[in-house]
Design a protein around this ligand. Structure first.
Ligand code: ADP
Ligand code: MG
Length: 263
């Protein structure tokens, strides 16, 4: 399997703090790749670097063979990377359908502004976008919910809308930063199954995830970070068996064994 994304010797500091020290890993095409690590390990910073919100001090981000680390976020989005945020970011006062349409418009020639002015060409574009957005709602399990206001939804539902909005930009690579944060087991599994269905439809996913069980169940491979570096790569099972990972995650190893026994 070829790699859709390669991160090479990436480094990012904030003042005197090194958030990403020297990180290399790759995301195979068609995989769900998990990015794990304790709080403060640098995971969100990696997502910000890959999506272009931040620029690295050193190192490369390579998408399908092309270096993108110096490009602005909208150019990176145009090359096929979309993301969600650790804290769901939806637009307040917009319906579910409008949220998803906003994502779709990022990929259209006719500007969102023109469509609000009601120009004829824009109206046709708007109808096409609405149709596409309805399909995306169905894809994320939110069919029939287009008229709801986003603030009236549960976390699980809000996250599905955020994912649908990201899909509206027609990405090749979807970056999800803790997509199950704040959710119960049932909602989390629902997101895991959604991620699988996207992968089975050809999407490549890089997912920051804290929940070990979810990573075990839904990630094809994993990179574990600590202190801005990769501790190990491999299957979820192999990574979790790694002594340094157990220490980074659970403190002492015998603690880890107790925790495993409880699962
Ligand atoms: N924009 C920022 N400015 C300053 N420090 C930051 C910024 N983003 C992250 N950091 C710091 O970088 C480190 C890694 O943070 P982060 O990437 O959010 O970790 P994680 O997502 O793994 O919990 C933390 O010490 C955090 O305080
Ligand atoms: Mg984070």
């Amino acid at each position: 399997m070829s790699d859709l994304l390669q991160v090479e010797n990436l480094q990012k500091s904030f003042g005197g703090l090194t958030a990403v020290a020297d990180l290399s890993f790759s995301v195979p095409s068609g995989s769900v790749t998990g990015l794990m690590g304790p709080n403060g390990a640098g995971k969100t910073t990696v997502i910000n670097l890959v999506s272009g919100l931040l620029r690295p001090n050193r190192g490369h981000v390579v998408l399908n063979g092309e270096r993108i680390e110096a490009l602005p976020p909208q150019h990176i989005a145009a090359r096929g990377i979309a993301r969600t945020y650790q804290n769901v970011r939806l637009f307040s006062g917009m319906t579910v359908l409008e949220q998803v349409m906003a994502g779709c418009f990022l990929r259209r020639d006719t500007s969102l502004f023109a469509s609000f002015l009601g120009l004829p060409a824009a109206n046709a574009a708007r109808r096409a976008v609405a149709r596409h957005a309805l399909e995306l709602l169905e894809q994320v399990g939110m069919a029939g919910r287009g008229d709801d206001l986003a603030e009236a939804l549960s976390y699980g539902e809000q996250r599905r809308i955020e994912i649908a909005r990201a899909l509206g930009t027609q990405p090749r690579l979807l970056l999800l930063d803790e997509p199950t944060a704040g959710m119960n087991a049932q909602e989390s599994d629902g997101i895991g199954r959604l991620v699988h269905s996207l992968r089975d439809g050809g999407m490549t996913v890089l997912m920051v995830e804290h929940n070990v069980r979810l990573v075990m169940d839904f990630c094809d491979r994993v990179t574990v970070m600590n202190f801005g570096r990769a501790l190990t790569h491999g299957t979820a099972r192999d990574c979790m068996a790694h002594p340094e990972v157990q220490e980074a995650y659970f403190g002492r190893r015998d603690d880890a064994e107790r925790i495993r026994a409880l699962r």
